[in-house]
Design a protein around this ligand. Structure first.
Ligand code: ATP
Ligand code: MG
Length: 242
């Protein structure tokens, strides 16, 4: 059996509430309002995944599935400098795929599954998991179909996490309709989209929100082995930090 590992977030206090970081062989989800740092964290993880294990890394390659068009290689280079990695090599170790609709997003995941067989990949980022499904199945009668397709997609991701000892890291949006979110308890009135299908697939779920000033707050909502604690972090030129 492959030994699973934990990937550092870049913030010591955030790592502390996660027992070291995001776990491999499982699906990790962060959700929250715009600009709380989901994409910045995704970029930070792309770099950390390439660090030695002693530094909280994964000593591996990365695949980045971009459904929002917000991946920036320049940010990867800046974050690589913070960690003392070669900026260009760090970017080269990232297999970048841009998805423009939900059907292609699912196809890209199947293609990545083939790529991963070559070995060495330790992180798969999906930023964001639901956005394209939400656009493609926006009609009233399409919800069941959407959840069906999303479920199939997530099962692939789960399987890949386990088969290739990957950290699957995905970002998610929050419900914008306050009426809908009031139906669900917890999450400080903020609820991730994707319904039960996504709730079931995510092993670890973390709510992100803005705190005081530049501060941001991460709160564990659901984890198999960590209590529901909070940590604060900031976004810097070098990525997520304390
Ligand atoms: P969305 O839901 O819109 O995708 P997000 O949660 O992905 O939002 P990010 O794009 O990760 O949000 O974070 C945006 C925030 O990161 C902004 O507040 C921006 O000022 C900050 N930021 C981006 N680059 C830097 C940098 N180099 N140094 C400091 N802060 C930065
Ligand atoms: Mg984003």
């Amino acid at each position: 059996r492959k030994a699973c590992f934990r990937l550092s977030t870049g913030s010591k206090s955030w790592d502390a509430i996660l027992n070291g970081g995001f776990q491999s062989m499982s699906i990790n989800e962060v959700f929250g309002e715009f600009r709380c740092g989901k994409t910045q964290l995704a970029h930070t993880l792309c770099v950390v995944a390439q660090l030695p294990k002693e530094q909280g890394g994964g000593e591996g390659k990365v695949a980045y599935l971009d459904a929002e068009g917000t991946f920036r290689p320049e940010r990867i280079q800046q974050i690589a400098e913070r960690f003392g990695l070669d900026p260009d090599k760090t970017v080269e170790n990232i297999t970048y795929v841009r998805a423009v609709n939900s059907e292609l997003q699912d196809e890209h995941v199947s293609e990545l599954n083939e790529n991963f067989a070559s070995g060495g990949y330790r992180l798969l980022v999906v930023d964001s998991i639901c956005a394209l499904f939400r656009v493609d199945f926006c009609g009233r009668g399409e919800l069941a179909d959407r959840q069906n397709k999303l479920g199939t997609h997530l099962r692939k991701l789960c399987h890949m996490a386990e088969e290739f000892n990957l950290v699957v890291f995905m970002t998610n949006q929050v419900q914008s309709d306050p009426g809908a979110s009031a139906l669900f308890a917890g999450a400080d009135g903020r609820k991730p989209i994707g319904g039960h299908v996504l709730a079931h697939a995510s092993t670890t779920r973390i709510l992100l929100r803005k705190g005081r000033g530049e501060e941001r707050v991460a709160k564990i909502q659901d984890s198999p082995d960590c209590p529901e604690k909070e940590a604060t972090y900031i976004i810097t030129n070098g990525g997520i930090n304390d």
